[in-house]
Ligand binder design. Structure first.
Ligand code: TXA
Ligand code: MG
Length: 327
């Protein structure tokens, strides 16, 4: 696969968050192929994956806080936005002066990065706007007719994308996308509260009106969307829903409902849950695969309960909110 990447071909790769569609990050033509294969608009920049901090420092300019985050959380589900080096082609960053950089933890991806010795630009390996892939089979289903090479590294352990932190200002790092690394962990290292930036709602297919000013250009309102309409509730399901007859909608509890109806419920194909006992990491791990399975099952509508708002909960709720957005 290293030779293929060096030759400018695309390879779908496993990471601990989701599968990526990788290209030689310093080869502008290879990166253009990534945008084409995904149907991704050119204003939505790519994340560059490298083997270690040393390689990251060749493409981005680090400050002390960014170094502290990298030292603690890499390899892992953290992406840092930093000033870019001139070596990074404009197509990767959509013309921005910054680059998104991450050191992934998946052993297969690390072996590939070590062997090819290249930075790899890789967005999630799904057609633009659809649910991100957490298995090689998901990649095959979405992009199989457009790409030739898929490296199968098994199911992704984390299951939601990396947490993106705009780390340009050491005095004010900002979470641009909640993800597989909890904000509390970042705050623990920095010793201060970190705010989460929320982008103004913008329908898919609409470029940012202020490309230079918008912090997270790719965080479109409608994203991660199954074809089946999705609704995200404000509050947990009332227990009556377990006794109601099927009405065409599938309902996804955060955790397995307990109590008198529990046995009956596990036999219904319109009642599901993200985790057996309320574990946020387990829920994140299951989220996209369950969305895909329910999308294929022919329900009229998918209704989700919100996750708790700590740990990986904000990442889960963010993906559900974007899946539910109309646009
Ligand atoms: O876990 C992940 O992050 C996965 C795996 C494959 O690493 N990748 C991923 O990539 O989720 P993608 O392309 O689906 O999402 C990357 C996000 C987009 O919303 C994009 O707008 C944002 O990162 N981004 C990339 N470069 C940026 C930059 N220079 N400034 C602000 N946002 C940037
Ligand atoms: Mg994506």
């Amino acid at each position: 696969m290293s030779e293929r990447l060096r030759a400018g071909e695309l390879v779908a790769v496993p990471t601990e968050t989701v599968y990526g569609l990788a290209a030689h990050a310093l080869d502008a033509e290879a990166c253009a192929r990534v945008f084409a294969a995904k149907g991704r608009p050119s204003y939505d920049p790519l994340i560059v994956h490298v083997l270690d901090l040393e390689a990251a420092r060749e493409i981005a300019e680090f400050n002390t806080q960014a170094l502290a985050l990298a030292a603690r959380f890499w390899p892992g589900p953290l992406t840092l936005i930093l000033p870019k080096s001139p070596a990074v082609p404009d197509i990767v960053t959509s013309g921005r002066p910054t680059v998104a950089v991450r050191v992934p933890a998946h052993p297969v991806m690390r072996a590939l990065l070590a062997r090819c010795g290249l930075p790899l630009a890789a967005p999630s390996a799904n057609p633009f706007g659809y649910v991100s892939p957490t298995t090689a089979a998901h990649v095959q289903a979405g992009l199989g007719d457009r790409i030739d090479h898929i490296l199968d590294g098994g199911p992704c352990t984390i299951g939601v994308e990396s947490t993106i932190v705009d780390a340009r200002d050491p005095a004010d790092p900002i979470v641009l996308r909640p993800g597989g690394l909890a904000r509390e962990a970042i705050e623990g290292v920095l010793g201060r509260p970190v705010r989460t930036h929320t982008t103004a709602p913008r329908p898919a297919d609409t470029p940012p009106t202020d490309p230079a000013g918008e912090l997270a250009p790719g965080l479109l309102e409608r994203h991660y969307s199954p074809r089946t309409p999705v609704a995200l509730r404000d509050v947990p399901f009332p227990s009556e829903v377990l006794r109601q007859p099927p009405d065409g909608a599938a309902r996804v509890f955060f955790a397995r409902p307990a109590g008198a109806d529990a046995d009956r419920v596990s036999r219904r194909d319109d009642i599901h849950w993200l985790t057996e006992a309320g574990d946020l990491a387990e829920a994140a791990h299951n989220l996209f695969a369950l969305m895909r399975a329910l999308d294929a099952a022919g329900h009229a509508r998918l209704e989700f309960e919100p996750a708790p708002t700590h740990g990986l909960g904000p990442a889960i709720n963010d993906r559900l909110r974007r899946a539910a957005a109309r646009g």
